[in-house]
Write a protein that binds this ligand. Structure first.
Ligand code: NI
Length: 173
């Protein structure tokens, strides 16, 4: 099982590289990524979130099929922006309202090596934008005001520290 890395790991701030070949290794990686996303009850997961700095993400939004996006590019965005609450498997327990375009057109390759274009709106558009950000080393917190980001980072760090402290307690049988 792939391990999801969390906030503070510097790989989450790096730009991922283009996938040169959609070979068996990439297909198997996309499958493992999908499994890790489902396991974490997430609706999207990008390569860098498991420490693989490759331009690839998967998503599975309610009412839709699971999808794989390799070397995705947003080629069009709607002028209308909407607010939607986001979370991230790499920043567990933290949520915030983020403003982004309501709809996007994305171009990518699928796991069969075929190029496709998708008009996404609603939650799917949101996930696509959030995951492409991961490929560029950007987290949803980076879209917030400095004040709000600092407050959430403090909250996250505090919780992570207290979880760490409680897990270091001796186990009782
Ligand atoms: Ni995320």
């Amino acid at each position: 099982m792939l391990r999801i890395i969390t906030y503070g790991d510097e790989r989450l701030t790096k730009r991922a590289s283009v996938v040169a070949d959609i070979d068996r290794i990439i297909v198997e990686f996309a499958e493992a990524l999908t499994e890790a996303m489902h396991q974490g009850n997430g609706i999207g997961l990008a390569g860098p979130q498991v420490g693989e700095l490759k331009r690839l993400f998967v998503c599975h939004v309610t009412g839709d099929v699971p999808r794989v996006f390799i070397n995705p590019e947003i080629i069009q965005t709607s002028p209308t922006q909407v607010t939607y609450e986001e979370g991230c498997l790499s920043i567990p327990g933290i949520y915030a309202d983020v403003v982004r375009p309501e709809a996007v057109t994305v171009q990518a390759w699928n796991e069969k090596g075929r190029p496709f274009k998708l008009d996404a709106e609603g939650v799917l558009a949101r996930v696509v934008q959030h995951e492409i950000d991961h490929l560029n080393g950007v987290l949803f917190l980076d879209h917030l005001s400095e004040k709000k980001r600092e407050r959430l980072v403090k909250l996250y760090t505090k919780r992570a520290e207290s979880e760490c402290a409680s897990s270091s307690q001796p186990l009782r049988r």
